[in-house]
Design a protein around this ligand. Structure first.
Ligand code: HEC
Length: 107
C-alpha cells in the first residue's frame, strides 16, 4: 500500500514540475522592462527578427536601418504590434524610449 502512496506523490510531483516548466517560463521571458540601454534591448528583443544591425532578416523582419523612422511610430509598433510583428507591451517607460531612439538612429 505504501508503494502506491509514494508512486502517486511522484506522479503528481512530476506533473507539477512539467506544468511549472510549461506555464512559468514564457511569463518570465516577458518580465516588465522599464529601463535599460537601447542597444542592449534591441540586441535582446529585436535583433532576432530585424538583424543585429537592423539590416532585416528576410521574412522574419524588415530592415530598420537608415530609415530614421519617427520614435513615436516605433513606440506604437512595439506597443501594439503590426501584421506579423507581435506586440511587445512589456517594454515600457525609459526602456521603450531608449530602444525607439536607438532604432531611429540606426546608421
Ligand atoms: C518576431 C519577430 C519580430 C520581433 C521580435 C520584432 N519585430 Fe519588428 N517587425 C517584424 C515584422 C515581421 C515586421 C513587419 C510588419 C509588417 O508587415 O508591417 C516588423 C515591423 C517593425 C517596424 C515597422 C517598420 C516599417 O517598415 O514600418 C518597426 C519600427 C519595428 N518592427 C521595430 C521593432 C523593434 C524596435 C523591436 C524590438 C523591441 C521589434 N521590432 C521586434 C518582426 C519582429
Amino acid at each position: 500500500m505504501d508503494k502506491w502512496v509514494v508512486s502517486a506523490f511522484l506522479v503528481l510531483g512530476g506533473a507539477l514540475v512539467v506544468f511549472l516548466l510549461i506555464y512559468q517560463n514564457p511569463k518570465q521571458e516577458e518580465t516588465l522592462l522599464t529601463s535599460g540601454d537601447g542597444l542592449a534591448i534591441y540586441s535582446q528583443t529585436c535583433a532576432a527578427c530585424h538583424g543585429e544591425r537592423g539590416e532585416g532578416r528576410r521574412e522574419l523582419g524588415n530592415p530598420l536601418r537608415g530609415r530614421a523612422l519617427p520614435p513615436n511610430y516605433i513606440k506604437e509598433v512595439i506597443r501594439r504590434g503590426r501584421n506579423r510583428m507581435p506586440a511587445l507591451p512589456h517594454i515600457q517607460g525609459e526602456a521603450l524610449e531608449n530602444v525607439a531612439r536607438y532604432v531611429n538612429r540606426l546608421p
